[in-house]
Design a protein around this ligand. Sequence first.
Ligand SMILES: *[C@@H]1O[C@H](CO)[C@@H](O)[C@H](O)[C@H]1NC(C)=O
Ligand SMILES: *[C@@H]1O[C@H](CO)[C@@H](O)[C@H](O)[C@H]1NC(C)=O
Length: 315
Amino acid sequence: MSSGIVNLGVEKAPPVLLLHGLFMGGDAWFLDSPNQSLGFILADRGFDVWVGNVRGTKWSHGHASLSDGDKEFWDWSWQELALYDLEAMLTYINSITNSKVFVVGHSQGTIISLAAFTQPDIVNMVEAAALLSPISYLDHITSKFVLNLVNFHLDEMACDGGRADCSDLLASITGENCCFNSSRVDFYLEYEPHPTSLKNLKHLFQMIREGTFAKYDYGILKNVLQYGQFKPPTFDLSQIPESLPIWMAYGGNDALGDVIDVHHTLKELRSKPNVLFLEDYGHADFLLSTKAYEDLYNNMISFFRSCGNGISSSS
Ligand SMILES: *[C@@H]1O[C@H](CO)[C@@H](O)[C@H](O)[C@H]1NC(C)=O
Ligand SMILES: *[C@@H]1O[C@H](CO)[C@@H](O)[C@H](O)[C@H]1NC(C)=O
């Protein structure tokens, strides 16, 4: 699938695009039973569900000229996912459905959403957004595992030609999760984790070290060539239009989407998002909690219905 998105084919329903997190793929929205997994639930509740698979995931290796053995294949970070890939996905869905698109992001999916929504051409294609474990600032991250990687500059060791597939990371980086179904872990591991690029990890680690929400930092000389300034330009969250309806859910046990960082994000947004705080939720619970429907998806769907035009409430 060279476009990297899959349509589940429900017609004349409001389109919703699901954007998975780091080390995950679009399959992450379908890992539990049909009444627990957001991808199935949205389809059952009358949405036209589109599933993004970003570069580097197992479902998105259809490059026109490069293969995953080429270093250039991995020469990107979340910046390109936001400014090119998300724009291309929205343009495509927009052209097929003739309708603005609801966007749901988890983790890295929220980073690319927030960065992209600062761009008028992109945000104009969006009806409303739901951000699960929203991330734009990462300087209060509490994951010891990630902090160790950052401190030891592990991102500067090449894994394999630009590819970061250093597995086993998934559980160790996300912190305690309250509610996933431990008897399904073997099944989860048939699909996750997916690879990402080393440059993407470096970019994420720059966010942690520098406390910024900015483009990739190449170092002073190359920044001047690339951006015409010493420091990489920042993504200004106050550029996201006040009129964009935003719903967010974040967790008290989330080692990546720390509560202080989420509040920092909220402070910079001009709109007042609808916010749901789930005290016992860790990073992966937003996808995998066995009671995610009752805890948050139901609330999220009501929010979408309240802002979409003419969405019927029958299921
Ligand atoms: C989910 O669906 C199964 C049958 O497919 C049913 O037994 C179960 O009670 C449902 N759970 C919820 C929370 O609705
Ligand atoms: C956990 O997964 C098992 C195996 O798929 C399933 O039978 C069980 O109903 C699930 N439990 C919950 C609480 O969803």
